[in-house]
Design a protein around this ligand. Structure first.
Ligand code: GDP
Length: 139
């Protein structure tokens, strides 16, 4: 995946509350092109694989249970400076700290149920994108 791509998931809280369309609209209006999209549900085991980097953190089991509690929408997005610009659009991990107008400020419930994921590096964007999509599913 080129460095102008990032990976995102609309998380179970936001998807379950019917905020997927509004969030996707914000993403497109911010200039991102949707390269691939898929609604799916993670098992706790697969959520654990996705968040393996956090396995020593005290919230890891809660995070795996939460991320497997309902449907998610996974997307690969394209834009110049995609990773950094998307992190700016989603806001801080804890919605209490997120800037006004960010997706998490508008839609996150808590530091855990925080509406949306955004890759934190080009390398992780490529790894996370290929966790959900094959090259033939990208446009
Ligand atoms: P992100 O890059 O902003 O998503 O944040 P991290 O990579 O640090 O954490 C991954 C995800 O774990 C977050 O998006 C939250 O869903 C969850 N998380 C992070 N910190 C905490 C915490 O202190 N408590 C709980 N319960 N969940 C957390």
């Amino acid at each position: 995946m080129a460095s102008n791509r990032t990976f995102t998931m609309v998380k179970p809280d936001a998807f379950g509350e019917g905020n997927c369309g509004a969030i996707t609209k914000m993403i497109e209006e911010a200039g991102f092109r949707i390269v691939a999209a898929k609604v799916t549900k993670l098992s706790a085991e697969r959520a654990g694989q996705f968040y393996e980097v956090h396995k020593e953190r005290p919230f890891y089991n809660d995070l795996c249970n939460y991320m497997s509690s309902g449907a998610i929408m996974a997307m690969i997005l394209e834009k110049d400076n995609a990773v950094a610009d998307f992190r700016k659009l989603i806001g801080a991990t804890n919605p209490a700290d997120a800037e006004e107008g960010t997706i998490r400020k508008l839609y996150a419930k808590s530091i855990e149920a925080n509406a949306i994921h955004g890759s934190d590096s080009d390398e992780n964007a490529a790894i996370e994108g290929s966790f959900f999509f094959s090259k033939t599913e990208e446009f």
